[in-house]
Structure formats: C-alpha cells, structure tokens
Design a protein around this ligand. Structure first.
Ligand SMILES: [Zn+2]
Ligand SMILES: [Zn+2]
Length: 151
C-alpha cells in the first residue's frame, strides 16, 4: 500500500505530495556544493519518482551546471526561498526532495553517505551505512537505493 508523503517550504506557500511504496530513499551528501546550497553541514536528500510528485503553489527555479554533466534545476519558494527539490536533466525520472522539507522527517534514515572526504569531523556515521569519499558510481548507488526499497 503506497503512503502519501507531504511537505513544503518554510512559509507554507509551496507544497508537495507524492505516493511512496516502501521506505523513503534518503541519502546525505557532504560535498562543498551541498554545504553552500543548504547553508548547512550537509544535504539531506530523498529520491522521489518525478511522476509521483505533485507541487502546488508558486516556485522559481535556479539552474546549476553539474561538473559530472547535465544541469540541475532547483525549485525554490519565491517568498521564503526554501529550496524544496531539484532534478537533473540527465536523470529526469528522479526528483530529489530536501529531507528537511518533509512534514514528518522522523522516518528518514540514510541508505548512504557521499562525499565523506568533505564531511565535518564531528559527524559520526554509523559503520553499517555505506559511505563514499566522493561521488559513488551511479550504478552502485542505485543498487543501494533499490536494496533499501526492497527492505
Ligand atoms: Zn515559502
Ligand atoms: Zn553534494
């Protein structure tokens, strides 16, 4: 039975919902770009099927070129500037929703951490969680995501 997950920006103007089968596909990226764009220590990310995601309210986009190819299109609330989600032109079927924008983020548990070489020294990652010093091989990364999905 899919569950309906909801979330939105800080001011509540931009909202989203998606249907999720199985556990949320959450990972953390500690790279410098993610530290800058979140203005925080790392990015808390949730992989969502683009087809399953519905945004309501106004959003504005900010595009960035990815070093590994493609363009990332970030969607922000134009009133409070929260970055709610982004998608890359190379992987249009996937949208990455910011974990902190979920109405209930309590169930989030990362299946992987990437760019641990840039991680703050005080962040201790559980030894059981796959961790990559930089960007993982995309096939290996998707294998881990699917293993989480299978439970
Ligand atoms: Zn807002
Ligand atoms: Zn990153």
């Amino acid at each position: 039975m899919p569950t309906t997950i909801t979330g939105g920006c800080r001011c509540g103007q931009l909202r989203y919902r998606f249907e999720q089968d199985g556990p949320l596909l959450n990972y953390c990226c500690h790279c410098i770009d993610c530290q800058k764009s979140t203005a925080s220590a790392f990015a808390d990310q949730v992989i969502v099927s683009t087809d399953a995601l519905t945004l309501t309210g106004r959003n504005m986009t900010f595009s960035t070129e990815r070093p590994s190819g493609g363009t990332t299109i970030n969607r922000h609330c134009p009133d409070c500037f929260s970055r709610v989600c982004n998608a890359n032109t190379v992987y249009p079927a996937m949208t990455i929703v910011r974990g902190g924008t979920l109405d209930d983020p309590s169930g989030l548990e990362p299946f992987a951490h990437m760019w641990s070489s840039r991680k703050r020294s005080w962040i201790a990652i559980d030894h059981g969680v796959p961790t990559f010093p930089e960007s993982p091989d995309p096939a290996e990364f998707m294998r881990l995501a699917m293993a989480r999905r299978a439970g």
